[in-house]
Ligand binder design. Structure first.
Ligand SMILES: *[C@@H]1O[C@H](CO)[C@@H](O)[C@H](O)[C@H]1NC(C)=O
Ligand SMILES: *[C@@H]1O[C@H](CO)[C@@H](O)[C@H](O)[C@H]1NC(C)=O
Ligand SMILES: *[C@@H]1O[C@H](CO)[C@@H](O)[C@H](O)[C@H]1NC(C)=O
Ligand SMILES: *[C@@H]1O[C@H](CO)[C@@H](O)[C@H](O)[C@H]1NC(C)=O
Ligand SMILES: *[C@@H]1O[C@H](CO)[C@@H](O)[C@H](O)[C@H]1NC(C)=O
Ligand SMILES: *[C@@H]1O[C@H](CO)[C@@H](O)[C@H](O)[C@H]1NC(C)=O
Ligand SMILES: *[C@@H]1O[C@H](CO)[C@@H](O)[C@H](O)[C@H]1NC(C)=O
Ligand SMILES: *[C@@H]1O[C@H](CO)[C@@H](O)[C@H](O)[C@H]1NC(C)=O
Ligand SMILES: *[C@@H]1O[C@H](CO)[C@@H](O)[C@H](O)[C@H]1NC(C)=O
Ligand SMILES: *[C@@H]1O[C@H](CO)[C@@H](O)[C@H](O)[C@H]1NC(C)=O
Ligand SMILES: *[C@@H]1O[C@H](CO)[C@@H](O)[C@H](O)[C@H]1NC(C)=O
Ligand SMILES: CC(=O)N[C@H]1CO[C@H](CO)[C@@H](O)[C@@H]1O
Length: 339
């Protein structure tokens, strides 16, 4: 028999609604679709309220599950309900659905894809940047083959997109990098050597120094000193071996060492020791298996081991243990390898 109490109360100083569903003589499995944020063992004098308090003080927490028997308080990042946290058996537990917004539904989002708001402009090859305020800035890309200058912001809290000011120049196959001052540097695009900066609080763009070389389908990496390294790319149809550095404090570019191989459609990954690894790409005629390392202290590139296959238009990700995972690539590849 489940005794379900629904109590709504406002915790002072926190703009939130607590809905407490207290299930007694029940075992709650936590293999639900909700993502576990943390698992806290509360002290002996703890209560359900202490578990609510834990949740109320974590920005991402939506649901708390409290096991009375062993004072375990589990916090989840989504709105869960008893239907998702299956109950059976005879262990005493309490599920507290904590809701930050009265409007949010009292349900746990299933894992997988959920539709969210539509952008105002359809885009191929847009570039997305997560800003420090949590919003996502999307810039440029092609619409019907035409590069776009428009930009829009995604607000994760509402799922809505709003247009922000447009870039001065239409860009696709460009790069976007978040600087340590929170501004976003966009560089190049088809036949473009120009670069501009987006200021998130003001929502405005301003031109900054030009690169020496027009670059599209190039790659950018932020160095540990805050400078931005751009590498290769295409000036019209010619693949480039050069690389340049942007100094955010001066707003200027300077050439740095050339790569050994001219490449576009490659990937640049920042290794944990500050070295930049560039992998594969396309030189205008062939896909590339080669990889090279940039040393920011000397500005010199050195070849490193080849990948087992040539990859262009691929993706690279840094794993938590610092290993680099390169994935897929042109035409199309299902293989992946680790550096
Ligand atoms: C959750 O785990 C329980 C016990 O292991 C199992 O019986 C149940 O089918 C699982 N539910 C889901 C949705 O995976
Ligand atoms: C919570 O932590 C305890 C102790 O470390 C562990 O036994 C338990 O399995 C954890 N529960 C979950 C859902 O991770
Ligand atoms: C507390 O009890 C619950 C329910 O039996 C169990 O899932 C959890 O692992 C327990 N946690 C600890 C730390 O024993
Ligand atoms: C969680 O609850 C939602 C809403 O009731 C449901 O759509 C979803 O399938 C449930 N997920 C699981 C894993 O039971
Ligand atoms: C930057 O390059 C563009 C052409 O790509 C040119 O119109 C502009 O004057 C240049 N700006 C500076 C500061 O050199
Ligand atoms: C692009 O390449 C052409 C040669 O194809 C060269 O004349 C031009 O200076 C280059 N422009 C830039 C900005 O790199
Ligand atoms: C690069 O391509 C653009 C557009 O196709 C063209 O207008 C420009 O003349 C080309 N530049 C060079 C240097 O080939
Ligand atoms: C870098 O490569 C360019 C050609 O892409 C060449 O003009 C330049 O001299 C090279 N720079 C150095 C330092 O080798
Ligand atoms: C950084 O790591 C790379 C790849 O492991 C290595 O080749 C390079 O020598 C390291 N650089 C320094 C300064 O340790
Ligand atoms: C790397 O691959 C290139 C061809 O893409 C080849 O010329 C070169 O010898 C290879 N290097 C090593 C060390 O295998
Ligand atoms: C890092 O993780 C990868 C993938 O699991 C693994 O192959 C590799 O050996 C790990 N490296 C280290 C240094 O633990
Ligand atoms: C996902 C989504 O579209 N969210 C909201 C965007 O804003 C309108 C109101 O302008 C809401 O109705 C949507 O639910």
């Amino acid at each position: 028999m489940h005794l379900i109490l629904i109590i709504s109360l406002l915790i002072s100083s926190i703009d939130a609604i607590i809905i407490s569903q207290v299930h007694r003589s029940s075992l709650f499995f936590t293999n639900s679709s909700c993502a576990l944020l943390s698992n806290v063992t509360l002290p002996a004098d703890a209560s359900i309220q202490s578990c609510i308090w834990q949740c109320a003080h974590q920005d991402q927490c939506r649901t708390a599950v409290y096991y009375q028997d062993n004072r375990t308080c589990l916090l989840f990042s989504e709105d869960c309900q008893s239907g998702n946290i299956t109950s059976s058996g005879d262990v005493r537990a309490s599920v507290i659905c904590y809701r930050r917004n009265q409007g949010s539904n009292n349900q746990c989002s299933p894992r997988g894809w959920t539709k969210t708001g539509y952008m105002h402009v359809a885009r191929r090859l847009p570039i997305a940047s997560v800003l420090s305020n949590g919003k996502v800035l999307v810039t440029g890309g092609f619409n019907g083959g035409i590069p776009q200058n428009s930009a829009e912001l995604y607000d994760p809290s509402t799922g809505n997109w709003t247009m922000t000011r447009s870039m001065s120049v239409a860009r696709s196959s460009h790069t976007a990098s978040i600087l340590s001052n929170g501004k976003v540097l966009v560089t190049g695009g088809i036949s473009l050597n120009s670069a501009e900066l987006y200021d998130p609080p003001a929502g405005t763009w301003s031109m900054t120094g030009n690169m020496s070389v027009a670059r599209s389908s190039h790659a950018a990496a932020i160095l540990s000193d805050g400078k931005v390294l751009v590498t290769g790319g295409f000036n019209n149809s010619t693949s480039q071996n050069s690389a340049e550095l942007y100094d955010p404090s001066a707003g200027t570019w300077s050439m740095t060492g050339n790569m050994s191989v001219a490449r576009g459609y490659h990937a640049a990954s920042m290794l944990s020791n500050g070295t930049v690894l560039v992998t594969g790409g396309y030189d205008g005629g062939n896909y590339l298996n080669s990889a090279e390392l940039y040393d920011p202290l000397t500005g010199i590139w050195t070849m490193t081991g080849n990948m087992s296959v040539a990859r262009g238009y691929h993706a690279a990700a840094i794993l938590l243990n610092k290993t680099v995972l390169v994935i897929g690539g042109c035409c199309p590849l299902d293989s992946a390898e680790l550096y």
